[in-house]
Design a protein around this ligand. Structure first.
Ligand SMILES: NC(=O)c1ccc[n+]([C@@H]2O[C@H](COP(=O)([O-])OP(=O)(O)OC[C@H]3O[C@@H](n4cnc5c(N)ncnc54)[C@H](O)[C@@H]3O)[C@@H](O)[C@H]2O)c1
Length: 315
């Protein structure tokens, strides 16, 4: 197949490009490099089946006939979407519409990268796909949460009214090599602080929980969903739940760091619990993650060390 991956120069998108090329497809990566990096796809520069298109997907575009559109373009980390609030809303709305139009034009299948943030600060735990969420529509995080909720709505609308063959993946916290080191997410913060010998900053008392999925598990789940005939949203994430404090301790163990833990106030609307119910993915796709946090962090350690060296060299 000829496949379009928007946001393909980002963290998950670049791993998805690798996996699709590995399956024998030709890949066009459309990215405006707002939060992504050419380094993430530098290893593909001599790959004849790979093409990079510098493109803001919020403007109408046409990359020629494709059989599949994977729409991953959007700022994703809290630091990025809070800095680029308008661009985030545009990527979810205009960007999603342009990508759906492209899929409609070429009769291509379409997969939206949505997020567990659609559940907001959930009142149900763990989160099943049938839960409608608990989102503050006007809080600072709404630029991301509501953009993705709109993106899901327009994806379903193109499916219902324009007969586009769509899928929606609700991605939960994912980590691994190529995760931006300065993106303010839990894993990158802790790894950076531990490797630099700085205090690990825990917000609140650290009892809030998160679940973390290693990127190869996440991409395997996304690919399995892309081949299934399911149109309603499907959670793909790792249900092993850690308190933030436990996560900090695992990072200290894996890095061998003697950093201390420092407590700071909780940011506004920070979810207290976030954990996927993946029963649907297990049943529908026969998929489940198998890389646990310790193993995943060990596999990411060399990447984080070199990313920190690169920052040091650039400073
Ligand atoms: N990483 C996670 O844990 C996570 C969790 C839930 C959902 N997601 C979703 O997965 C997708 C990828 O996330 P990521 O972690 O790889 O983030 P990322 O920031 O590394 O990648 C996003 C990519 O999209 C590109 N982009 C942004 N706006 C664009 C635009 N208008 N036109 C073209 N390109 C644009 C960026 O330059 C970047 O390369 C996002 O849609 C995100 O919402 C990620």
């Amino acid at each position: 197949m000829r496949v379009l991956v928007t946001g393909g120069a980002g963290f998950i998108g670049s791993h998805l490009c690798d996996a699709l090329l590995g399956e024998g497809h030709s890949v066009i990566c459309a990215d405006n490099l707002l939060t992504g990096r050419m380094e993430n796809i530098a290893h593909l520069s001599h790959e004849p089946r790979f093409e990079f298109l510098q493109q803001n997907v919020c403007r109408p575009f046409d990359c020629g006939k494709v059989e599949y559109v994977f729409h991953f373009a959007s700022p994703a980390s809290p630091d990025d979407y809070l800095e680029h609030g308008i661009e985030t809303l545009q990527a979810g709305s205009l960007g999603s519409m342009n990508c759906l139009e492209l899929a409609r034009k070429y009769n291509a299948r379409f997969l939206l990268a949505s997020t567990s943030e659609c559940y907001g600060d959930p009142l149900e735990h763990p989160q099943e796909e049938t839960y409608w969420g608990h989102v503050n529509p006007v809080g600072p995080r709404s630029v991301y949460d509501e953009a993705k909720r709109f993106a899901e709505a327009i994806t379903m609308a193109y499916h219902r009214y324009r007969k586009v063959d769509t899928r929606i993946v609700r991605i939960f916290n994912t980590y691994g090599p190529r995760l931006q080191i300065n993106d303010g997410r839990v894993i990158s913060n802790f790894m950076k602080q531990a490797l630099l010998g700085e205090d690990l900053t825990v917000y609140g008392d650290g009892s809030q929980t998160r679940s973390f999925c290693y990127v190869s598990d996440e991409v395997a789940g996304i690919l399995a969903l892309s081949k299934a005939g399911e149109h309603d949203p499907t959670n793909i994430g790792n249900p092993a739940e850690f308190t933030i404090l436990e996560c900090a301790q695992v990072v200290l163990e894996v890095t061998g760091s003697s950093s201390k833990i420092r407590f700071e106030p909780l940011p506004q609307d920070d979810p207290k619990q976030r954990c996927p119910d993946i029963s649907k993915a297990k049943q529908l796709l026969g998929w489940e993650p198998f890389i646990d946090l310790r193993a995943g962090l060990r596999m990411s350690l060399d990447y984080f060390k070199s990313a920190i060296q690169a920052i040091g060299a650039g400073a």
